[in-house]
Ligand binder design. Structure first.
Ligand code: NAD
Length: 490
């Protein structure tokens, strides 16, 4: 099998050590690709290339309109190769091809959005209080960026980092998850085709504790943008302190979905299902904590169970499939352990709670969609991010109690509230401590709106104008038009 290579200083390279890694299809455990396995040496070479490209300044000094045109070209190439990319993403992650096609549209949309913003911020003249001075504020690129992505939305998460970094004139080194690097490799080919100059974008493949750790601690990196788990985020934060790198952290979530009795029942049920079982629950913003008003609890759970039983598990390439496998054997075991813990804590499995018995699925990392009732807020199954197809159901009787339960988490990524009482909805969202809150909706995001977390869900924002600002430093320039001696030190 051909070895897929890394991209450093405009060249496609094998790992210096010669090591490779096999990429596995989570549906049947077949090897789908062999890729170079880089380590600290390859990472240092990529950092040196990005540093050189930044310090030479060609990319930074390229007019913003031209940078925007290249970012737009990348969007066009992604649209051209949408089907190939979507199939590759599904092969690598197990998600349905239909879902991957939506991802590819979103990804092209992210490149298009930042292409349009590239030349829209020419700085600002501010009203100087000092006579005969001109005072202006401009934004400049941060410098060399290390970008580390997770396996659940490999290319989508990469696009949130690549597009704004390029639009603002930075250079970068990206490290995709070692489990799902295939679409990111392909997009580096497309960036080369779009005309991104050598050294500006670099791709190093490999493990977190080698490549990722080197990016986090290397003093030639000015900014680390990381999406992944909370424990990894803490390690990166610690390593990044060595040269006070700028940090952007998009960490996990344990997101509440609050349903009041006066909500539209059918829509709330339908969306509660989407909120958590999409991509087998492997979504940072999955609505895993269902918080339902006591009076509708039984009816709501019965309706959920009926629908959950009908979810069709299978290959992402089968049109009938609604849910694919989990990403890996290791992750499947983690999800199983959470379910066992939930049972020991006294929560009750009303559906699922095990691997499927269908022999057609036995080679894949499948887990049945699972609902826990009789949950209370202090339980581990309610507090920890299991990152699988699991809902916990809690109940409330008052608005205050609903808010208290929703906020009872170390995370603060996203949440939803379902009610037809608009004033109640506004009161609730004003008190919910999360970066995104949906009223009568769930899991909606687009390039124009910022995305990120309160509390331990992270630092900074991706998407929207704030996602662009993450990749800039702010400079204040004061120009004295009539310099004169001050005569303080005579
Ligand atoms: P992870 O933290 O295990 O890995 C993420 C990336 O970090 C991978 O590329 C990995 O190789 C790398 N890494 C691992 N150890 C490292 C180290 N010591 N130094 C530097 N890099 C290291 O996360 P995952 O399992 O790939 O992804 C799932 C997690 O990502 C979940 O917690 C999920 O909520 C989170 N996530 C968050 C968002 C968001 O927008 N907030 C989006 C997607 C995923």
């Amino acid at each position: 099998m051909k070895i897929q290579k890394m991209y450093i200083d405009g060249q496609w390279m094998k790992a210096i050590s010669g090591q490779t890694r096999q990429i596995i299809n989570p549906f049947n455990q077949e090897v789908i690709a062999t890729v170079a396995e880089g380590d600290e040496s390859d990472t240092k070479a990529a950092i040196a290339a990005a540093r050189k490209a930044f310090d030479q300044g060609n990319w930074t000094k390229t007019p913003a309109t031209e940078r925007g045109a290249i970012v737009r070209k990348i969007a066009e190439l992604i649209e051209r190769d949408k089907e190939e990319l979507a199939e590759l993403e599904s092969l690598d992650t197990g998600k349905t091809v239909e879902e991957s096609r939506v991802d590819m549209d979103d990804i092209a949309g992210v490149f298009r959005y930042y292409a349009e913003l590239a030349d829209k911020d020419g700085g600002e003249i501010i009203d100087s209080p000092i006579p005969n001075t001109v005072s202006k504020v401009v934004r400049e690129p941060v410098g060399v960026c290390g970008q580390i992505t997770p396996w659940n939305y490999p290319l989508l998460q990469a696009s949130w980092k690549l597009a704004p970094a390029l639009a603002t004139g930075n250079t970068l080194i990206m490290k995709p998850s070692e489990i799902t690097p295939l679409t990111t490799i392909k997009v580096f080919e497309l960036m080369e085709e779009a005309g991104v100059p050598a050294g500006v974008v670099n791709l190093v493949l490999g493990a977190g504790n080698t490549v990722g750790a080197e990016l986090s601690r290397n003093v030639d990196i000015d900014l680390i943008s990381f999406t992944g788990g909370i424990e990894t985020g803490k390690k990166i934060m610690q390593a990044a302190s060595i040269n006070v790198k700028k940090l952007a952290l998009e960490l996990g979530g344990k997101n509440p979905n609050v349903v009041f009795a006066d909500a539209d029942f059918e829509t709330a049920i339908d969306q509660a299902m989407n909120a958590v079982f999409f991509h087998a629950g492997q979504i940072c913003s999955a609505g895993t904590r269902l918080i339902v008003e006591e009076t509708i609890h039984d009816k709501f759970v019965d309706a959920l169970v009926e629908r959950v039983t009908n979810i069709k598990l299978g290959s992402g390439f089968d049109e009938e499939t609604q849910m694919g496998p989990l990403i890996s054997a290791e992750h499947l075991e983690k999800v199983e352990k959470y379910v066992e813990t939930g049972k020991k804590e006294g929560a009750k499995v009303v559906v699922g709670g095990k691997r499927p018995e269908d022999p057609a699925l036995e080679k894949g990392f499948f887990y049945l969609p699972t609902i826990f009732t009789k949950c209370t807020t202090e339980m581990k199954i309610v507090q920890d991010e299991a990152f699988g197809p699991i809902i916990t159901v809690e109940t409330f009787t008052t608005e205050e109690e609903a808010i208290k339960l929703a906020n009872d988490s170390i995370y603060g990524l996203a949440g939803g509230v379902w009610t037809n009482d608009l004033a109640k909805a506004e009161r609730c969202v004003a008190q919910m401590r999360m970066g995104t809150v949906w009223i009568n909706d769930f899991n909606v995001y687009f390039p124009h709106a910022p995305w990120g977390g309160f509390k331990q869900s992270g630092i900074g924002r991706e998407l929207g104008k704030l996602g662009l600002e993450e990749y800039t430093e702010t400079k204040h320039i004061l120009h004295n038009l009539k310099p004169e001696p001050i005569n303080w030190f005579k």
